[in-house]
Design a protein around this ligand. Structure first.
Ligand code: SF4
Length: 732
């Protein structure tokens, strides 16, 4: 038996795993006792990874060779890799030649490794000249990115998991940590057991398992977080619980924020949020006056049309009370996906560039162009996730490349997404699993490797980079994601006009000096490590400088960034010196306004539908859905409603109901749940077409809860409001 150290592919906790394999098969998995994210622990999903990997590899479950659909609605047929990539390059080059670089788009994934992300980003921005590269991380953490940058000056979570052990007060907002980040939640349980005086505050519209654990639960109305946070600051100011010295020395903009929160009186906040004034007062006191307060937050804040404002308003509280830059204190956004952080690091979003550089900054664009040896990178912001599919639905984007994600299930407003996939002239889906809904829309299917087979790195929520390593070989004709991009990129280079030499770097000559007459490739990589080394160099001197790291060092021990050349170790927490990465070194208070939900409840749609994760399933279930045992916790989709609402509508538990929004409708059984307030409903996000059929308002076949959700998004982060839709619920 062989043992291989790697990382769990599911959530942003980023647990280390040891994969056991024998004769080319994965036979077991256990937690890595030396990994600082989990010290040997795994949750139900992680501890069954070997069982999902052991599912029979067949053409029904895995994509094992490229498949081409010669005509829409026809059956996809096997095609050789060479022909598949030549065809893809020809179709993308044609779209660029005929309609310009912005006629193509790449929609990628927080499940990809950092090396995969890097080459996709370089392909779009460096070779093709479009910023149309976005990712399902847009649905996960783009509001956290925007919130950090708005207030602290950089996209860098300032805290770490160890801070859970040091905190005297935990403020958990919009996060069912017990389900979504189970190993971290075990650490929270242990920390409070060791320190019974620790206070835990949870704010969430639902009384989740995490809320059950709280000393103080604030069951706020959906979407009212900014009002809550402003109300807490109002009380802190009134009671003299802020830290004027810290505010004066290390921040700017407090007077403008005070003007905003002055209006957020306890009465106003209690009424808007639907919580007692006394609880508001208690929360403010615990947050501000505890020796150390750590906030943990996730999609309840991020997946919102006010996502950036919610994040910034919470950071405001930490700055006003000096609860930052100390052990146990700070605003700590939890990443949903395993490598949304790594994607941010390489700039794999439509508005970012490598190593936390900004697309809007001409100096940053010039630096990236010089690094890549291209004349320039485009300055026009790319299409973000919702915008990209809307542009394809409108006929603006002609060729779409989708990798390692399932937008035909996971994007909001499914009807528009499906229109986009049908209207796009050429759709490539690069995917490990043959079972995702998006595969049905592909003109070309490219088989990719997955967990247990891949090699590279990921970064977890606490900025810790871990190695992902292969325990077994590639199945069938599958290739690594980075390999597919590199092979495609080289073919596309041959079809696009050669760029002129880069004036900034002297690189980018159209000719390779070692092979005169041949064009230099932007994709000279033979291994994932060679990609990572280029990424590493791009971070030199940046806030996330990792020039002191190597694959070898990471294999011995996962490390947090920054870790500059010469450093002995990474930095556990940031801003301990009170200096922030802004022009004047001061953090900036954000005087954001409370805004109601994009789609309020109203008489025709009287329920607030919220969505969320189950404990034992992951995303669209392409992996966890293969294992019967993971259905033991929740066996089928249900819509949860408050018992009073069920009774008032003359329903009984188990009755089938239509849940309908302005966009679509699904049918599923109703289940009573006292975890919800009245006029609220909850449906888990994971169920796909085999479990939960739906129909659009115009009669198209849809699936899952995203038949109902809205694509309204935060104007700053462009993250859609997946967490809330107004619905009606009627007996089927
Ligand atoms: Fe994997 Fe997250 Fe569970 Fe850890 S907590 S084992 S990373 S799913």
């Amino acid at each position: 038996m062989t043992e291989t150290r790697s990382t769990c592919p599911y959530c942003g906790v980023g647990c280390g795993v040891i994969i056991q394999s024998e004769a080319g098969q994965i036979t077991g998995v256990r937690g890595d006792p030396q990994h600082p994210a989990n010290f040997g622990r795994l949750c139900t999903k992680g501890s069954t990874l070997h069982l999902t990997a052991a599912a029979p590899v067949t053409r029904q479950t895995r994509l094992l060779q490229p498949m081409l659909r010669e005509r829409r609605n026809g059956a996809p047929l096997p095609v050789e890799w060479g022909r598949a990539l030549d065809l893809a390059a020809a179709r993308f080059a044609q779209a660029v030649t005929d309609h310009g670089p912005d006629a193509v788009g790449f929609y990628i994934s927080g499940q990809l490794l950092t090396e995969d992300y890097y080459v996709f980003n370089k392909l779009a921005k460096g070779l093709i000249g479009t910023n149309n590269v976005d990712t399902n991380s847009r649905l996960c953490m783009s509001s956290a990115v925007a919130g950090y940058k708005m207030t602290l000056g950089a996209d860098a979570p300032p805290a770490c998991y160890e801070d859970v052990d040091h905190a005297d007060c935990l403020f958990i907002a919009g996060s069912n940590t017990a389900f979504a980040h189970p190993v971290l939640f075990r650490r929270i349980e242990e920390a409070r057991a060791a320190k019974p005086q620790m206070k835990v505050i949870v704010c969430d519209p639902r009384r989740t398992d995490t809320a059950e654990f709280a000393d103080l639960f604030l069951p706020i109305q959906p979407g009212t977080d900014v009002m809550l946070f402003h109300g807490l600051l109002h009380i802190m100011l009134w009671e003299g619980w802020t830290q004027p010295e810290y505010i004066a020395q290390h921040t700017s903009g407090f007077d403008a924020l005070k003007t905003v929160v002055r209006e957020c009186t306890p009465e106003q906040v209690a009424q808007t949020c639907g919580i007692p004034k006394e609880d508001l007062f208690t929360a403010a006191q615990w947050f501000a006056t505890s020796n150390s307060t750590l906030s943990l937050y996730c999609q309840g804040l991020n997946q919102s049309s006010s996502g950036t404002a919610k994040n910034a308003a919470l950071v405001n509280l930490h700055l006003a009370t000096a609860q930052i830059g100390r052990p146990g204190a700070g605003p700590f956004s939890l990443t949903g996906q395993p490598n949304a952080m790594g994607g941010r690091e390489v700039g794999g979003l439509a508005n970012l560039l490598s190593a936390h550089r900004d697309l809007a900054n001409p100096q940053h664009r010039a630096e990236v162009a010089a690094l890549w040896g291209v004349p320039s990178v485009p300055d026009k912001p790319g299409k973000t996730a919702v915008e990209m599919f809307q542009a394809a639905a409108d006929g603006e984007i002609k060729a779409l490349w989708i990798a390692c994600t399932n937008p035909a299930q996971s994007m909001p407003d499914q009807a528009t997404v499906r229109r986009a996939l049908q209207r796009a002239e050429f759709v490539v889906v690069q995917e490990a699993f043959a079972t995702t809904t998006t595969c049905e829309f592909a003109d070309l299917l490219l088989p990719a490797t997955t967990w247990g087979e891949k090699d590279g790195t990921v970064t977890n929520s606490e900025r810790r980079i871990s190695r992902v390593r292969p325990a077994v070989g590639k199945p069938g004709g599958a290739r690594h994601d980075w390999e597919i991009v590199v092979e495609f990129g080289r073919r596309l280079e041959a079809r696009l006009p050669s760029p002129p030499p880069s004036p900034a770097s002297g690189r980018g000559s159209p000719e390779d000096p070692e092979t005169p007459g041949q064009r230099r490739t932007l994709f000279p990589y033979a291994t994932p490590e060679s990609i990572w080394l280029e990424h590493r160099e791009s971070t030199r001197g940046r806030d996330l400088d990792i020039t002191g790291l190597s694959y070898g060092l990471l294999e011995r021990s996962p490390q947090q960034w920054p870790f500059a050349e010469g450093a002995a170790q990474g930095r556990a927490r940031l801003y301990e010196d009170g200096v922030f990465p802004t022009a004047d070194g001061k953090a900036r208070f954000a005087a954001v306004q409370y805004r109601p939900l994009a789609e309020a409840r109203e008489s025709r749609y009287p329920f607030s539908l919220t969505t969320g994760r189950l404990r034992d399933q992951w995303h669209g279930m392409s992996r966890t859905g293969t294992l019967g045992r993971l259905f033991g916790h929740v066996p089928e989709p249900v819509v949860e409603m408050h018992p009073q609402d069920i009774a008032r509508r003359l329903l009984r538990e188990g009755d089938l109901v239509h849940v309908t929004s302005k966009r679509g409708s699904i049918v599923l059984p109703v289940q009573a749940s006292a975890a919800l307030g009245v006029n609220q409903a909850f449906i888990a996000m994971h169920w796909g077409p085999e479990f939960l059929a739906g129909v659009s308002s115009t009669g198209e076949r849809l699936a899952g809860v995203n038949a109902l959700t809205t694509s309204a998004y935060c104007p700053t982060s462009k993250q859609p409001e997946l967490k809330h839709a107004a619905v009606k619920i009627l007996k089927a």
